[in-house]
Write a protein that binds this ligand. Structure first.
Ligand SMILES: C[S@@+](CC[C@H](N)C(=O)[O-])C[C@H]1O[C@@H](n2cnc3c(N)ncnc32)[C@H](O)[C@@H]1O
Length: 236
């Protein structure tokens, strides 16, 4: 991830979509306090989240925390999203990108309760997760994905955690047929599954443009299907 996320189509395209969502649904007019829960190697924190406020990152793996530090992220802690070592009501926004689906998160509801606790009243969460459990493939096993989600399930988990859901949309719809074909072929020809979903050779720029093109749709009316799922919700 550390090597790929500043140039790979998926990370760059998802970055454009996330910015569009922040501009439309969070629209901070001053610098806010942001927690990136499951910050990975720190790219979201240091590339675009930093434009909206002061970002704190937590991740369960010490390697992730040290790689984030190499990207000059300064507010960092090694911690689990289900037991945050952070004061209650101390953030205006919690972001969590492709984390609650991980093997390392055994209880998503507990994670949502923790996000709720550390947010100020009126604060928001912005969540991204992989979509559709029936699309699980070899790539998911490799990147430790325990579970994929759909809009209905994510909405009810957020509501169970006490949140008021403001916007839900799928993303990465245009490339859905490509992923679908790969999942089907890896079930028929196992060697296709040896290729990670990230290995698409010389198509990087094309795929980045295709994904970025979805940004106004995801942040606007929302997309009815896609390989990823976004939700924005508010603590009442
Ligand atoms: C797919 S990566 C996503 C990283 C980053 N959010 C991004 O979008 O690039 C998932 C991250 O979740 C972290 N993670 C897994 N279980 C966790 C837990 N219980 N608490 C905090 N982080 C966790 C992993 O260490 C990994 O960095």
């Amino acid at each position: 991830m550390f090597q790929m996320e500043e140039r790979h189509w998926w990370y760059l395209g998802m970055g454009s979509i996330t910015r569009a969502l922040l501009d439309r649904w969070v629209k901070p007019n001053s610098r806010i306090k942001i927690l990136d829960a499951g910050c990975g190697t720190g790219a979201a924190m240091t590339t675009y989240l930093a434009d909206y406020g002061d970002v704190t990152g937590v991740d369960i793996y010490i390697e992730a925390v040290s790689l984030s530090r190499r990207r000059n992220a300064s507010r960092l802690a090694r911690a689990s999203v289900i037991d945050l070592p952070l004061a209650s009501a101390s953030f205006e926004l919690v972001t969590s990108f492709d984390v609650l689906c991980e093997r390392g998160v055994v209880d998503e509801i507990q994670a949502f309760r923790e996000f709720f606790r550390v947010l100020i009243p009126g604060g928001q969460v912005l969540i991204r997760l992989p979509a559709y459990d029936w699309l699980r493939g070899r790539h998911d096993e490799r990147v430790h994905i325990r579970r994929r989600f759909n809009a209905r399930v994510l909405k009810s988990l957020l509501e169970e955690g006490g949140f008021h859901v403001e916007h839900v949309s799928y993303a990465n719809a245009l490339l859905f047929p490509v992923a679908f074909a790969k999942r089907i072929s890896e079930r028929i020809i196992p060697r296709v599954g040896d290729l990670s979903d990230f290995e698409i050779g010389g198509m990087n720029d094309l795929f980045r443009h295709i994904l970025s093109w979805e940004a106004p749709l995801v942040s606007g009316s929302g997309l009815p299907y896609g390989l990823s799922l976004y939700a924005i919700a508010r603590k009442p």
